[in-house]
Design a protein around this ligand. Sequence first.
Ligand SMILES: [Zn+2]
Length: 235
Amino acid sequence: MNLDRFMNKRVPSNKRYQPTEYEHAANCATHALWIIPSLLGSLLLHFWSEDQWARLSAWVYGAGLSSLFIISTLFHTVAWKKSHLRSVEQCFHMCDRMVIYFFIAASYAPWLNLRELGPWACHMRWLVWVMASFGTTYVFFFHERYKLMELICYTVMGVFPALVIFSMSEQSGLCELLVGGACYCLGMIFFKSDGIVPFAHAIWHLFVAMGAAVHYYAIWKYLYADTPSQVQTAR
Ligand SMILES: [Zn+2]
């Protein structure tokens, strides 16, 4: 089968890959699809909250989750339909990259806020937001300049906060957290495969959605559905 019409030629690493019309449509659809479910999911966590900490975490997590899909969809729509507005597209592209840092911090927030942590590990509650702010500032100044550095920053932001696991007395949900993390890591292969695999970026989007879904499930199951008693005593 000839896949040429679905995919353009690979570009050098200092240039941005130009998706085909099919790829543009797939990039938009694969994240737009999750906007309503993520908003509904956030609302459900709000209703399942048993105290103000759970409610706050539901809002923070919900905001990170929904804005990831909303901003990504907006960026891909602008990149598809308004690519002639170079500075507008560039601005949305920066936001698309910035929101990832806040999404990672927000994904950790319920675990960090609602689980009992050791005396050192509990500082991760605010440290993730400092890291997210640094990441965002980095994107603002060096967007697309050092691509390997960007990937390293995202990986550090994604993995480092997980170290608090070692100080958690209650470790349920660990398996789901790992599976979700593995989805993001596997997806990165496609993130770097524009021009090699047709629809590579849309496939990356699907891995992101899968990782987010597994993490949502774990948050719902272990932090909201069966609120363990130690959550109450932890605060
Ligand atoms: Zn994207």
